[in-house]
Design a protein. Structure first.
Length: 265
């Protein structure tokens, strides 16, 4: 479904009824009630790309000004829950893909969510590691690596840009063979390299115009930059990867545990 497709949305009597029933026993300011009503619509009533009620209908129903409605919608826009299309209205965004801290591949992440993984603009080349990639992989700058550059897609939609480097001596012929699916699967099945653990860091970034174009989002949109050095059980470095994920479609979710040392409050 395309972003601009329009869908029927609750209006007039419909909103009033939902606002009233959602408001039974509701507390807080009118602005807070409006936000909780909108969240209810986004999370329950409406599907991605369906249209929210108009600013005017919302203002009338909740007895607030259009400015209050606009602020509530802007806030939901900053949070990536809705998007606006000039002249057409406000629509529900696609839900974010929640990424856990488990060591998974892009292919596994997408399949786990019922999405079909894919890649665009794949380039695989064998190049000298150079100083920076060499340091990440504990190689000399002159050692060769297979460099794989891909735009990763879910159901055909660009999600992330990935640049991955694998030491050529561990995966001989990878560059010549090319890749048309999961790198991790290929490393396991063809080269018997099984990734066991990884060091990973996640930074906030914005997409410069060329990257934004590749991902099909507005220039300077927010993104996550994820750096991963992956090891096998012999502690060999198998991969260094730099992945840039759209922040409107990803979140990182953690389960966190209290330590035994600090459980007094
Ligand atoms: C994730 C990781 C990358 C890894 C990739 C492999 O995106 N961040 O470090 O290279 O998965 O994915 P696949 O096996 O689908 O090619």
């Amino acid at each position: 479904m395309r972003f601009n497709e329009m869908h029927p949305c609750p209006s007039g009597e419909g909103i009033r009824f939902m606002a009233e029933t959602a408001g039974n026993g509701r507390t807080g300011t009118k602005g807070a009630q409006l936000r909780s009503y909108l969240l209810g619509l986004i999370e329950g009533e409406l599907k991605p790309h369906e249209k929210l009620p108009t600013e005017r209908d919302l203002a009338e129903t909740f007895g607030v000004t259009r400015l209050t409605v606009r602020r509530a919608l802007d806030q939901l826009g900053y949070e990536g829950r809705v998007y606006r299309t000039q002249g057409a209205g406000t629509f529900v965004s696609e839900p974010r893909i929640a990424k856990s801290v488990e060591l998974t591949s892009f292919t596994q992440d997408m399949r786990a969510r019922g999405l079909v993984p894919g890649s665009l603009d794949t380039v695989v080349e064998e190049i000298p590691a150079g100083a920076e990639i060499g340091a990440r992989l504990a190689l000399s700058p002159r050692d060769l690596v297979a460099h794989i550059s891909r735009v990763r897609t879910a159901d055909g939609e660009p999600m992330c840009i990935e640049n991955t480097y694998v030491p050529a001596k561990l995966a001989p012929g990878l560059a010549a063979r090319g890749i048309d699916g999961s790198l991790y699967q290929m490393l396991t099945e063809t080269y018997h390299l099984k990734i066991e653990k990884a060091e990973q860091s996640i930074h906030a970034t914005v997409l410069d115009p060329p990257l934004a174009k590749l991902l099909g989002v507005p220039e300077f949109s927010p993104a996550f930059k994820v750096l991963r050095v992956a090891y096998d059980k012999k502690n060999q470095r198998i991969e260094y990867a730099e992945s840039v994920y759209r922040a409107d479609r990803y979140s990182y979710d953690f389960v966190i545990f209290r330590t035994t040392r600090d459980n007094t409050n």
